[in-house]
Design a protein around this ligand. Structure first.
Ligand code: MEV
Length: 308
């Protein structure tokens, strides 16, 4: 009998990059956009079938440097089981290298399905800890925020090295998520910020401190449901991300398109240098914002409601 599991995409509401340097960040799950892993027991050796990345081969035919192969080795070693005979089919609705947590979501779905195959129930925290090791394959210095929000599938206030805190929300709100269509792997953007940090450590630390202050104020705005304040803090976070060096002209245009259409706040989300923009909508305002962001050049736009 086959087994299957899924995992959600995510957005960073505020605090990306600074979170790698120990500041807090807020992340939200996108439950409607998911990666899937299905295991079909068959008689031949373990086969990986990932049509979206053009892979359909026995594991021993794939390069050991392939990221999914490395992830599978980590998962099998953590679960203390060898990979069984059968086919693992991996598919995803999450655009790759778009700041939406595609790598962590695919790994989470794989860990969940293999845990089910081995009949080894894992807590969300255990899944997240295994996925964190896989994240190191995709980019070398992950903060741990992606595996945490995707593993728990609830809004989180995250500081590296501490257990994630629950994030009380004063009410629901709508976010519009727009993928610019430009691709940048997280590790490339994180490495570029690292170079800037080496060149000007005090300057970058000041920017990260300001991001951390925005996050602190945003947590309070979220708690009392003050969307106007939250939007202003997202706008300030975007200015800081521009100063950090990870925005691009296209991301800037999408942010402007969202604000022109009435967004309370808009910013890039995730690693930047490509990828996605998120915009906070007024009640009922998301269709106009989505249209404006499409006209501004977005490759793909989705609206999501964040519930307390
Ligand atoms: C990636 O979703 C967010 C970054 O801050 C990297 C990380 O936290 O590992 C850019």
């Amino acid at each position: 009998m086959s087994s299957s599991a899924t995992a959600c995409a995510k957005v960073i509401l505020l605090g990306e990059h600074a979170v790698v340097y120990g500041r807090p960040a807020v992340a939200l799950p996108l439950p409607e956009i998911r990666a899937r892993a299905e295991f079909i027991p068959e008689s031949y050796p373990f086969t990986l079938d990932a049509p979206q990345i053009g892979v359909n081969a026995r594991l021993d035919e794939l390069s050991p440097n392939n990221a999914i192969v490395q992830v599978l080795r980590i998962v099998s070693s953590r679960l203390g089981e060898s990979l069984p005979a059968g086919r693992l089919r991996v598919t995803s609705d999450i655009p790759v290298a778009a700041g939406l947590g595609s790598g962590a979501a695919v790994t989470t779905a794989i860990v969940r399905v293999l845990a089910a195959v081995f009949d080894r129930p894992l807590t969300p925290q255990q899944v997240s800890a295994i996925v964190f090791e896989g994240e190191r394959v995709f980019h070398t210095t992950p903060s741990g925020i992606d595996n945490t929000v995707i593993g728990l599938e609830r809004p989180v206030l995250f500081v590296g090295g501490s257990p994630p805190e629950a994030l009380p929300l004063g009410g629901p709100f709508d976010l519009v998520v727009a993928d610019s269509g430009d691709r940048c792997e997280t590790r490339v953007a994180v490495e570029s910020v690292r170079q800037s940090w080496w060149r000007d450590t005090p300057g970058m630390e000041r920017l990260f401190d300001e991001v951390g202050e925005c996050v602190g104020l945003a947590v309070e705005a979220l708690r009392v449901g003050s969307l106007g304040d939250l939007g202003r803090l997202m706008n300030r976070n975007q200015e800081l991300l521009e100063a950090i060096g990870v925005s691009t002209p296209l991301l800037g245009r999408l942010v402007a398109a969202a604000r022109d259409a009435g967004a309370l706040g808009a910013k890039l989300s995730g690693a930047g240098m490509g990828g996605s923009v998120i915009a906070l909508a007024t009640p009922g305002g998301s269709p106009a914002m989505a249209q404006s962001m499409r006209a501004g050049g977005a490759a793909w736009v989705r609206t999501t409601t964040v519930h307390p």
